[in-house]
Ligand binder design. Structure first.
Ligand SMILES: Cc1ncc(COP(=O)(O)O)c(C=O)c1O
Length: 404
């Protein structure tokens, strides 16, 4: 076995989950998925496809009608995206791995804004690249990117900049100004941007700065009135067709399709042949019946996604003030994603604390250290819950654990 693979760290979320093996009394918020089932029209479209006997390989790049539909969907959100830039992939994580295979090899340098879902940095390591980490910091109630630190870390030697916004686990979202500055800098250094925008639709809006992490009173959520913006700022809004930009997307989060394993990539012009070859050697294609489900999801996106975002906003606005009201808890209202990232005074070992919460109090959360050393001392709570009362019960368990 390659040393690099032997050295890859195992999932620390799984480590906590294993501590709950065989128990059915644990309230689980540790994985990044909703407990709502995929919408019925999507399931029916896939079932119909199977009944029709669509059980064969498709084109490496996906069904042309799905690619066209994805191009139209991206265009509706971000301005013209041509179908010649779109490839269907077998999940978001597969899209990201393909991007890494396309761009980074042994000895290359990859920079990443962290804390970050660990798969992205693991993929760079698998390719033999080294990873330079650029840490987000909690400043006055917001996770904040230090642009000087980013400029210092991304040099002409940097092959790829990995950036996930809205971010898992913090909810941090790039501003348009930051995006412009990053794009301009990467144009100068010749660095590729791999933008993980799988949470772009789970966006509640910027709104006013949330109160300081030091304040323990309930936090107000950023308010945008009845309806917020339809998507977080995307690099697709500002980049040219031929910029060194790859955007990774997924059906998992916006369409409640985590188990389907369907995603897509938007690439600069002229890269489809290369990505088609990589898809051939990885998975050959996404299953056709799954792609039919994806098509049905896009057809209902205009109604379905805003309603989902409102449900998630309700969950966020129910959970965050309750957490913030607990003495010793620091939390900010995330502008995007589906996670509350919080810390408890005096609890510096997030893995030990998460295991203790499961074992003694039946509360399943993800330890912040699973997202890198920068997340140590924090915990991640996925608030995508069909029954919001589960969130209340979870907070009560946390309060009991804190002796309150
Ligand atoms: C930041 C981020 N990117 C990508 C993904 C990949 O999603 P999927 O592989 O389910 O499409 C996830 C899933 O949790 C994620 O959190």
């Amino acid at each position: 076995m390659r040393d690099t693979i032997a050295r890859l760290p195992g999932s620390k979320i799984r480590e906590v989950a294993n501590a709950a093996m065989g128990r059915d009394d644990v309230l689980v918020f540790w994985f990044g998925e909703s407990d709502e089932v995929t919408p019925e029209p999507v399931r029916s479209a896939a079932a119909l496809s199977l009944q029709r006997g669509e059980t064969f390989y498709s084109h490496n790049l996906g069904l042309i009608e799905l690619r066209q539909s994805l191009a139209d969907y991206c265009t509706s959100l971000h301005g013209a995206v041509d179908v010649e830039r779109v490839a269907v992939t077998s999940s978001g994580v597969n899209a990201l791995m393909l991007a890494m295979q396309l761009l980074a090899g042994a000895g290359d340098e990859v920079a990443a804004v962290v804390p970050l879902w660990p798969n992205l940095t693991a993929q760079a390591a698998i390719m033999g690249a080294s990873v330079r980490r650029i840490a987000l910091r909690p400043v006055r109630g917001r996770w904040t990117l230090d642009m000087d630190a980013l400029r210092a870390a991304v040099t002409p030697a940097t092959r790829v900049l990995l950036i996930n916004a809205p971010n898992n686990p913090t909810g941090w979202t790039l501003t348009r100004d930051e995006q412009q500055a990053i794009l301009a800098h990467c144009r100068r250094t010749g660095t590729w941007i791999v933008a993980d925008e799988v949470y772009e639709r789970l966006y509640f809006g910027g709104g006013p700065a949330t109160p300081s992490f030091d304040e323990t009173r309930p936090l107000a959520a950023p308010s945008l009135g009845e309806t917020g913006p339809v998507a977080a700022p995307s690099f697709l809004d500002i980049a040219a067709d031929d910029d060194r930009l790859v955007v990774a997307h997924s059906f998992s989060k916006s369409f409640l399709m985590t188990g389907w394993r369907l995603g897509w990539l938007v690439l600069p012009r002229g890269h489809l042949d290369a990505i088609g070859k990589l898809i051939e050697f990885n998975t050959s294609c996404a299953p056709v019946f799954v792609q039919r489900g994806g098509l049905a999801a896009l057809q209902m996106a205009a109604d379905f996604v805003p309603a989902l975002v409102e449900r998630l906003r309700g969950c966020r606005d129910r959970l965050i003030p309750q957490l913030a009201a607990l003495p010793g808890v620091e939390v900010a209202s995330p502008p995007g994603g589906m996670y509350a990232f919080f810390r408890v005074q005096g609890q510096d070992d997030s893995l030990a604390f998460a295991k203790q919460l499961v074992e003694r109090h039946g509360l399943g959360l993800a330890p912040g250290v699973a997202f890198g050393a920068e997340g140590e001392g924090w915990l991640r709570w996925c608030f995508a819950s069909r029954d919001p009362q589960r969130l209340d019960e979870g907070v009560q368990r946390l309060a009991r654990a804190l002796g309150l």
